[in-house]
Structure formats: structure tokens, C-alpha cells
Design a protein around this ligand. Structure first.
Ligand SMILES: NC(=O)c1ccc[n+]([C@@H]2O[C@H](COP(=O)([O-])OP(=O)(O)OC[C@H]3O[C@@H](n4cnc5c(N)ncnc54)[C@H](OP(=O)(O)O)[C@@H]3O)[C@@H](O)[C@H]2O)c1
Length: 304
């Protein structure tokens, strides 16, 4: 396979995700150096053609671009504190894909910048098996010149990458919010499955109907976005009170069959709070006002 133009890269951290990042670079023909705290993990990457660095500092020195993906920013801090690592980042780029709080990310960015290096921080919106796909998203923020310089190499990991601003922690505002959506949808599938199977529905039969619900959501979400933007909550399709009626039946069934539906319990609480605020006749998107209020049940969204 032909090498990518900007094809020299170091990967630090070879766990489930870091290992897949290294594999994707290797499969796409990049020149890869790897380092992992536990050296035994590196052997399979050597078989695929990667160079194994003797230390984290040597790994950083091997490439202009280092992608770090370890358990957490605290783990990343330990690696950055190892002899020679921070000085080696001078004139180079660190892409930090390890989970961390905004303050940890900004602190690391400042350390790298102080050493004369550049840093991007990012959030991987995928499980490892999706790394390398054209539709996979990684959100980045931090040094824009570094992103521009290395975008081609980074695109080997995720074809749908995005740069979201120069504050290195900025990507997190979108990244964590996206996972609120993902986890709630996933929990909804599992709760629904528990309710269906408790009543004798086959797992396969229930699961086969989920894509139809995805189609419904793919229409409903853009509609909700417009309603929220325009503060336009007419309940002509299905009001909050209509939803309360349907969800109440669902939750009664769950109780009858001993099924736990905590996510649905929380959802109906939002609906009831909206009803109590006199909004039961509005579209279901109006429960958003209960979420942005800051305090239970009060306040309204500021459109725009
Ligand atoms: N897996 C996913 O689906 C996924 C998705 C999005 C984002 N991420 C993020 O990717 C990062 C890595 O996740 P993962 O799934 O690859 O985790 P993992 O399989 O548990 O691997 C953890 C990696 O971190 C290293 N590590 C842990 N503590 C360390 C320390 N104190 N010093 C040096 N290295 C240390 C481990 O090294 P050893 O081999 O020596 O233990 C290993 O390479 C996390 O921040 C996670 O939030 C993961």
C-alpha cells in the first residue's frame, strides 16, 4: 500500500483504543513508532512493522506527531513527567486523546506550549472497531496550525474529523453532550428489550424493529432542533400530555412484570414537570425547557 504523504507518527498507549489507532496507521501505510507502559503489548505491533521505542521520550523524538491515548489525563501526566518527554515535545505536536477534565487538558496544553510544542486534544466518538472508517468522527481543539499540518495523517483514523476551536478543552463541550444522546438511546433500547422479553417477545424480533425507530428519530430530532431554536412548541403532532398517557402505560407494564426502567422514569418526570408548568398541550420538544432551567422545573430556553 502507498504511504500517506504525512506518514510518520508515534502512538503512545496500546490499549483497546490506542492499539487500534496504531493498527489503523499501520494498515494505511504510515511509518509508526509505538510505546506502551507495559512493553509486552508492543510485540504484536512490531510484527505489523512498527518500531518499538525504548522510552516515552524516544517515542516522541521519533516523529513530529505523537498521538497519546492512555486511560486518563492523570496517566498521560505520568508519561509527560518521565525524563525527557516534555523537552522532546519542543517543535513537535502532541495529540492528546486520553479522557480528561477541561482543567487537566488546559494544564497539559500550557506545559507543551511552554516547551515550544503544540498540542491538540480530542474526543473519539467511536468504539475501536470503527477507527479508520470514513464516517468515524474525532473532535479536536487546540492548536489550529497543528491541526492543519497534520490533518491528513489524523484523517487516517477518522474520515469525519472536526476541528472545534483553539481552546484545547473546547471539543469536550460537544463530545460529552453527544454521549448523553448515545447513552440514553442505548439505555432506551435495553429497557425496551427488558420489557419486551419479560412479556415473551423474542430478542431478535424486538431488535429487528429498532431501525424503524431510528428512522422516526432521524425525522424527529431535526424537528425538535427547529422548534427549540424558534421557541415554537405547538403540540399538533403529539402533546406532552399524550406522551404522559403512553409512557404511564409502559411504566405500569414494567411494574407488572418486575422490569426496571429508570431512564423512562426520568423521562416521564420531565414530562410531568412540563405538565405542572401548564405546558401539557405543547410538543414533546418543550420538555427541553425543563432541562436548561438549571433548577427543577423552572425557566425557559432563550432562543438564538
Ligand atoms: N475503548 C473505547 O471505546 C474508547 C472510546 C473513546 C475514547 N476512549 C478513550 O481512550 C483512552 C484509552 O482507552 P482504552 O479503551 O484504550 O483503555 P485500555 O484498554 O484500558 O488501555 C489503557 C491504556 O492506558 C495505559 N495506562 C494506564 N495507566 C497508565 C499510566 N499510569 N501510565 C502509563 N500508561 C498507562 C495502559 O498501559 P498498560 O498496558 O501498561 O496498562 C494502556 O495502554 C481512554 O481515555 C478512553 O476514555 C476509549
Amino acid at each position: 500500500m502507498a504511504k500517506a504523504d504525512t506518514s510518520t507518527v508515534t502512538v503512545i498507549g496500546l490499549g483497546a483504543m490506542g492499539g487500534q489507532l496504531a493498527r489503523a496507521f499501520l494498515v494505511k501505510g504510515a511509518d509508526v513508532t509505538v510505546w506502551n507502559r507495559s512493553p509486552q503489548r508492543a510485540a504484536t505491533f512490531a510484527e505489523m512493522g512498527a518500531r518499538i521505542a525504548a522510552s516515552a521520550a524516544d517515542a516522541v523524538k521519533a516523529s513530529d506527531l505523537t498521538v497519546m491515548c492512555v486511560l486518563s489525563c492523570q496517566a498521560a501526566d505520568e508519561i509527560l513527567a518521565a525524563p525527557g518527554v516534555i523537552p522532546a515535545l519542543g517543535g513537535r505536536t502532541l495529540v492528546q486523546l486520553s479522557a480528561g477534565h477541561d482543567q487537566e487538558i488546559r494544564r497539559q496544553y500550557a506545559r507543551v506550549e511552554q516547551a515550544g510544542g503544540r498540542m491538540l486534544a480530542g474526543g473519539i466518538v467511536a468504539y475501536p472497531f470503527l477507527i479508520g472508517e470514513s464516517t468515524t468522527t474525532i473532535l479536536y481543539s487546540g492548536s489550529e496550525p497543528a491541526f492543519e499540518e497534520h490533518r491528513e495523517t489524523l484523517a487516517l483514523l477518522a474520515g469525519a474529523q472536526r476541528f472545534l476551536g483553539s481552546d484545547p478543552a473546547r471539543f469536550g463541550a460537544t463530545f460529552h453532550a453527544l454521549f448523553a444522546y448515545y447513552h440514553a438511546a442505548y439505555a432506551g433500547y435495553l429497557e425496551g428489550l427488558a420489557l419486551a422479553t419479560a412479556q415473551g417477545v423474542a430478542l431478535e424480533d424486538f431488535s429487528a424493529l429498532i431501525p424503524g425507530m431510528d428512522v422516526m428519530l432521524s425525522h424527529h430530532i431535526p424537528d425538535a432542533a427547529l422548534r427549540i431554536r424558534d421557541a415554537e412548541y405547538g403540540g399538533e403532532q403529539a402533546s406532552i400530555d399524550t406522551h404522559i398517557g403512553g409512557i404511564s402505560v409502559m411504566l405500569q407494564l414494567a411494574r407488572d412484570h418486575g422490569v426496571q426502567m429508570h431512564v423512562m422514569d426520568a423521562f416521564i418526570e420531565y414530562c410531568r414537570a412540563a405538565h405542572d408548568a401548564g405546558e401539557g398541550g405543547q410538543d414533546i420538544a418543550a420538555i427541553y425547557k425543563r432541562m436548561v432551567a438549571g433548577e427543577k422545573g423552572g425557566g425557559t430556553h432563550q432562543a438564538g
